[in-house]
Design a protein around this ligand. Sequence first.
Ligand code: NAG
Ligand code: NAG
Ligand code: NAG
Ligand code: NAG
Ligand code: NAG
Ligand code: NAG
Ligand code: NAG
Ligand code: NAG
Ligand code: NAG
Ligand code: NAG
Length: 425
Amino acid sequence: MGSFRDPRSTFPLLISALIFFLAAFKSDAADVALGSVLRPTDSNASWVSPGETCSLQFFPVDAGGASLYVAAIAFGGIRVWTAGGGSTPGMVDSAASLQLGSDGNLRLFNGSEVLVWESGTAGRGVTKGALLDTGNFVLSNGSTVWDSFSNPTDTLLQNQNFTLNETLRSGPYSFSLLLVGNFTLEWNNTVVYYNKGLNASVVANVNLTSPSLTLQSNGIVTLSDQALATAPVIAYSSDYGEPGELVRFLRLDDDGNLRAYSSVRGTGQATARWSAVTDQCEVFGWCGNMGICSYNDTEPTCGCPSKNFELTEPGDPRKGCRRKQEIKDCPGNSTMLQLDHTQFLTYPPDISTEVFFVGITACRQNCLSGSSCVASTSLADGSGLCYLKVSNFVSGYHSPALPSTSFVKVCSPGIPNQPPLSHQP
Ligand SMILES: *[C@@H]1O[C@H](CO)[C@@H](O)[C@H](O)[C@H]1NC(C)=O
Ligand SMILES: *[C@@H]1O[C@H](CO)[C@@H](O)[C@H](O)[C@H]1NC(C)=O
Ligand SMILES: *[C@@H]1O[C@H](CO)[C@@H](O)[C@H](O)[C@H]1NC(C)=O
Ligand SMILES: *[C@@H]1O[C@H](CO)[C@@H](O)[C@H](O)[C@H]1NC(C)=O
Ligand SMILES: *[C@@H]1O[C@H](CO)[C@@H](O)[C@H](O)[C@H]1NC(C)=O
Ligand SMILES: *[C@@H]1O[C@H](CO)[C@@H](O)[C@H](O)[C@H]1NC(C)=O
Ligand SMILES: *[C@@H]1O[C@H](CO)[C@@H](O)[C@H](O)[C@H]1NC(C)=O
Ligand SMILES: *[C@@H]1O[C@H](CO)[C@@H](O)[C@H](O)[C@H]1NC(C)=O
Ligand SMILES: *[C@@H]1O[C@H](CO)[C@@H](O)[C@H](O)[C@H]1NC(C)=O
Ligand SMILES: *[C@@H]1O[C@H](CO)[C@@H](O)[C@H](O)[C@H]1NC(C)=O
C-alpha cells in the first residue's frame, strides 16, 4: 500500500514538467547557441525571431553575374542590417559562413576562410545570441554585450533609436547625429554636404545630453532628449499616419541621400516618403570626381565638364571624369574653359580655405595661375564670392537656374560640350 501514489498528485507534476519542457523548447527555438553556423548554400538555414517577424540569413544579391550573398536581417521583407555592410556592401561568395563561435564572437567568413567582419565580442562571457521580434540581434551574457540596433549599417528600422556615436554608412557617405541635435551627411568623413538643426526656438535655452533620432511607426521622424519635454518633429513622411501593415525605415542610400521609406509588409517593395537632401545634385561626389550633375527631363544625371574630359568608367557616369590630357602634360598652354550656369560644390571644411572675395575675371585668372587650382566658380549671386578648387576631388552642378559661372582648367584649346546656342545659325 505504501508504494501506491495518488494519480491526482502525479498529474500536476507531469503538466508542469510538460510546460517547463515547452517553455525551454520555445526559448531554444529563438536563441542562437554558441557554435551555430549559417551558410548560403543551405537554403533553409536562418535564425528566426520568436514571432517570426524577422530572420537573419544569407540572401543572394545582384552582383553583375557573380553569385554573391549578404548575411542580413530581414524584417517584413526588407533588409535592415547587413554583416560587414555599411561602407562596404559586405558581399561574400557561396562558400561563406556566419558563425557564432564558442568564444562568443560572431564572425562572417568569405570562402577560403577570409574573415570579412566580426562583432569583436570574444572573451566577454557571451552565452547566446537571440533575434528579437523588433529586428534587433542581441549577443548577451545575461545583459546585452552587443546588438545590431547599436551597430547599424545603412538602415534604421521604425522605433529603432539612433544616438550619438552611431553612424549609418553607405560607400563613402555617412550619417550622424551631433550633441547639439543637428544631424549631418558627410562624404569621405570630411565634406559636410548636409547639416540640419532643430528650430532655434526649440533648443534656445536647453543643452541636450543624449539626443536620439527615431522614425516612429506612424512615419514621423522625431528627436528626443531628456532635456526636452516633447520630442520635436524633424520630418513627416508623405504618408504619415496612413493606416496599413507597413514597415517603415530610414536608409542612407548609396547615392548619399537619407530617405524615409514605407513598405507594405512582406512585399519587399519600398517607396521613398521623404528625403533629407531635396536636390540630389547637391550631394557631394554623387557624379564622382570632376563629374557634373544636371537634370534631364526626369532625373539627375552625370556628365563631364567638356570634351576635354572622358568618363573614368565608360559604362558608369557616376564614377566621374578624367582629363584626356593631364595639365602637367599639356603640349601647349593650359586655359580656363568657361562653363555657364555651373557651380563647383564647396561645403565645410573647404568653405574656410577655398572661398575668396573677388570678381569673375580674377576668379578665372587666379585659378589659371595657381598651380594647384583645378577649377573655379564665380557665384554671381550677389555675394561677390569665388570658389577656387584646389582639392583633388571636385564635384560640379549644372542647371539653367544657377547664376554661377565656372571655369575648369584644361589643355588649350578648351572644347565645350556643345557650341553655345548663340553660335548656331
Ligand atoms: C568574397 O570573395 C569573393 C570572391 O570569391 C569576392 O568577389 C568578394 O568581394 C569577397 N568579399 C569580401 C567582402 O571580401
Ligand atoms: C557581460 O558583459 C558586460 C558588458 O560587456 C560586462 O561588463 C560584464 O562583465 C559581462 N559579464 C560577464 C559575466 O562576463
Ligand atoms: C528608444 O528610446 C525610448 C526612450 O527615448 C525607449 O522608450 C525605447 O524603448 C527605445 N527603443 C529601443 C528599441 O531601444
Ligand atoms: C560617445 O563617445 C564619447 C567619446 O568617444 C563618450 O564620451 C560618450 O559617452 C559617448 N556617448 C554615448 C551616448 O555613447
Ligand atoms: C578620402 O579621405 C582620405 C583621408 O581621410 C584621403 O586619403 C582620400 O584621398 C580621400 N578620397 C578621395 C577620393 O579624395
Ligand atoms: C546646426 O544646424 C544649423 C542649421 O539648421 C546651422 O546653422 C548650425 O551651424 C548647425 N550647428 C552645428 C554645430 O553644426
Ligand atoms: C520655429 O518655431 C516657431 C515657434 O514654434 C515658429 O513660429 C517658426 O515658424 C519656426 N521656424 C521654423 C524655421 O520652422
Ligand atoms: C548650457 O551650457 C552652457 C555652457 O556650458 C551654460 O552656460 C548654460 O547655462 C547651459 N544652459 C542650460 C539651460 O543649462
Ligand atoms: C535621364 O537620365 C536617366 C539616367 O541617366 C536616363 O535613364 C533617362 O533615359 C534620361 N531621360 C531622358 C529623357 O533623357
Ligand atoms: C602661353 O601663355 C603665355 C602667357 O599667357 C603667352 O606668352 C604664350 O604666347 C602662350 N603660348 C602659346 C603657345 O599659346
